[in-house]
Ligand binder design. Structure first.
Ligand code: SF4
Length: 294
């Protein structure tokens, strides 16, 4: 069995869920959440730009991206063009063994900075505000530490991790809100027949929409493209390795207890909720499949 950052995070959040997914190998039948597909597709476009920087001749990926996501990826490419980083690899799949246990993952990038330091670059996309709170727990992010540890065992000396965050823009195309023929009776108009703020006579054209997104992104570039350097100390990796093997021992010992605090996230119930409540079983093919849907 290979462990990944995703499976480890799953165990940390709820060991029972980990069991259903990675031991029983039974997965909920769901559409991939839009926000996940969005992140994956942006990663593909960033990979295209990074490969170009490595002087490869990449093919533009055939992916579905909203206009605003495409613009953010393009701005990322322009904004960081002269960041002094030399890409050694991009979207590199790896697998390695640590003390006989197998791990795998995908490194968004390995780069060298202008001082000769070797770094992992880790892309994140979010709709949240990227402020100090966002970075509060980044120093013990399981993925960052796992990847740094795996790199160490693969022979790379990682000096720091670059946490590269793109805050996505969620702006829809503006549509017309009033019929001009009835403007006098329409409550969207003021006494003089002028449109009240926020109302439009015509749908926004594609180029108006594009310009609005570009201008917004450029005006807010410092809050929408944010990087943070996370130093990787050997002492941190030693502590993380201990925690990691504590988890592995728990998995091997069959400690798959339920964590009721993880059953509901916002409005959403865990996909295995009915199983944990003994209302259905994992062999219910209306809800579950043996094929991973992620
Ligand atoms: S319903 Fe709750 S206890 Fe059951 S697997 Fe999901 S998170 Fe864990």
């Amino acid at each position: 069995m290979y462990y990944s950052a995703t499976s480890l995070k799953k165990y940390i959040s709820c060991p029972r869920k980990f069991k259903h997914m990675y031991i029983d190998k039974v997965y909920p039948i769901i559409d991939k959440p839009e926000r996940l597909a969005r992140g994956t597709n942006i990663h593909e476009l960033l990979d295209y730009y990074k490969s170009k920087r490595m002087k490869f001749n990449p093919v533009l990926p055939d992916i579905t991206l909203s206009l605003s996501d495409k613009i953010m990826a393009e701005l990322w490419n322009i904004h960081y063009k002269n960041d002094g980083l030399t890409y050694v690899s991009s979207e590199k799949r790896f697998s390695t063994q640590i003390k006989g246990v197998k791990f795998k993952g995908i490194l968004d990038g390995i780069v060298e900075d202008k001082f000769g330091n070797t770094c992992i670059i880790e892309h994140k996309t979010t709709s949240k505000v990227v402020n100090e709170d966002y970075f509060l727990t980044v120093n013990f992010d399981t993925q960052v530490l796992l990847y740094a540890l795996c790199c160490k065992y693969m022979g790379y000396k990682i000096d720091y991790v670059i946490y590269d965050v793109i805050r996505l823009i969620n702006k829809k195309k503006l549509v017309k809100t009033a019929n001009p023929e009835y403007y006098k009776r329409d409550c969207k108009y003021g006494k003089k027949g002028d449109l009240k703020p926020g109302n439009r006579l015509e749908d926004e054209t594609h180029s108006e929409y594009k310009n609005r997104i570009i201008n917004f992104a450029k005006d807010n570039i410092r809050t929408h493209l944010v990087r943070r350097e996370i130093p990787i100390e050997d002492s941190e990796l030693i502590k993380f390795e201990k925690d990691l093997f504590q988890i592995i021992r728990s998995v091997k010992a069959g400690a798959f207890y339920k964590n009721q605090n993880a059953c509901k996230k916002g409005r959403f119930l865990c996909d295995y909720f009915l199983v944990c409540n003994d209302e259905i079983t994992l062999d219910n093919r209306e809800f579950f499949s043996e094929n991973y849907q992620g």
